[in-house]
Design a protein. Sequence first.
Lengths: 309, 309
Amino acid sequence: MKCVRCRARAEVQLRAHNAAYCRPCFLFVFRRQVERAIDSERMFTQGERLLVAVSGGKDSLALWDVLADLGYDTTGLYVGLGIGVYSDVSHAKVVAFAERRGLPVRVVTLEDEGGGLAVPTVAGLTRRVPCSACGTMKRHWFDTAAVEGGFDVLVTGHNLDDEAARLLGNVLRWQSDHLARQRPVLPATHPRFVRKVKPLFLTSEYETAVYAFMCGIDYIVEECPNAAGATQLLYKDLLNRLEAASPGSKLAFVKEFQRTGQPAFAAAPRESPNDCERCGMPAYGTLCAYCRLVEEVGRKAAARAGAPA
Amino acid sequence: MKCVRCRARAEVQLRAHNAAYCRPCFLFVFRRQVERAIDSERMFTQGERLLVAVSGGKDSLALWDVLADLGYDTTGLYVGLGIGVYSDVSHAKVVAFAERRGLPVRVVTLEDEGGGLAVPTVAGLTRRVPCSACGTMKRHWFDTAAVEGGFDVLVTGHNLDDEAARLLGNVLRWQSDHLARQRPVLPATHPRFVRKVKPLFLTSEYETAVYAFMCGIDYIVEECPNAAGATQLLYKDLLNRLEAASPGSKLAFVKEFQRTGQPAFAAAPRESPNDCERCGMPAYGTLCAYCRLVEEVGRKAAARAGAPA
């Protein structure tokens, strides 16, 4: 198989793009794909300060790598979720990457800064699915770090597979409010929200894995131990079967949604948020989702402490 | 396991409904489910004349059986597609069922009434996927038989699995015009169209199979030989995997689409159709889809006859 750009021996085949590339051409095309997503969706400009949420996984580190190469002003943000060894290893990977590239990184550890509320504690006390508690908590600390650090944009490493799985989940239950907000760029809708963008929304997990491998990026390979059995993984499996039978299906699903599907749902605008009475972040009600969660944890922890052993 | 209605020994479990039934209660609930779909979607009334499209498979025969039991004025319509033994066997099953129940049936054989245009010939000459050619041809002969026979309603046996697979396909490509028209009731939009309804749209394939078995309905078990490898079967397989992991998913997908998703797409009305210049049926252009297909077949057959051997 030959590289479709330079006819050298291809090292990677991308069936969804009906293409194959040698290593230098793949790296060129990968960076260009990210750049095009940023430009065509008007995600951000060179003058803006970007906070890049990094988990230690391949997607966010590959993205940070590309953004730094493209000359953007980036700072990494690592939120330590307190998920045992998984968190320790991913923390170390992020710090090592930042040091190697000479890039600044901020670390928020939930046990310390989140009032001792690590994900397993919160999930256990509230009996929520860990991924649900984790999502609420991560969003809160991402938003807080972005606004308090004076950043213009919060950048996340959600890739095509993540977006397709999320879209499938939203569609299977026809959650029109979620469908209305599933976009690669979410403008700041409140003084304490910054713009949120996903430059990898058209880049597959496979592509970021190849990029990270080719660039020698050392990332945490393990899935989060809480993710086992998560619905997102079922959706990803279904979409992978579809993709195997019909390459390009995922890309068409997400791309065509942005073009055709999403506008049908975006028509109904969401009410503008209030200020959370406790933390001042945006809230649909008196408290934001995070403060509601913290309150629930406090209530249940007190009940458990008071209950007979 | 016990019947959830009468506590007798259950014979069938329906995980999507979190229920199990003995034989009499299943038959009661099955008929009531069809009745409720007819009433809640205002599909038709007792005074109207129904043309029921029957393929010889379990869905359409089970539906015809229920409609006759409910006292509706039904006539069966069998369209012989000319797909070899499959068509011969399904024809015989339909005629036998009609005789046994003492119900009238109309038969249209494409080789005779369709100008010799059976599905394999058309698919071969036009190089279309057989299911695509077949769909266009069946729709044409269904519509023609309904309007020329003076019927009020055309009833088809599309079940929940069919509707979920079709919905998934429409969603994966975000075909908003198809999504706008995927409804259990399509009103007549032209003098030569009658209303089209799908009373089984919330009834699973499994339920119709159980009903047909319990009632001793003799149906053709084989899938159409052309369906092998069809995209619909891939979508059904994906949805079956989803259903196994999360029972009730298919029902929620189709039901919630009708409630929440569909209105978002139905907003943009379709232009009203013209009259086909050749056959007078509704057309978006000068010719209807069927007459365009027939014209293409004629052109290609002539080219083939004129080409050197």
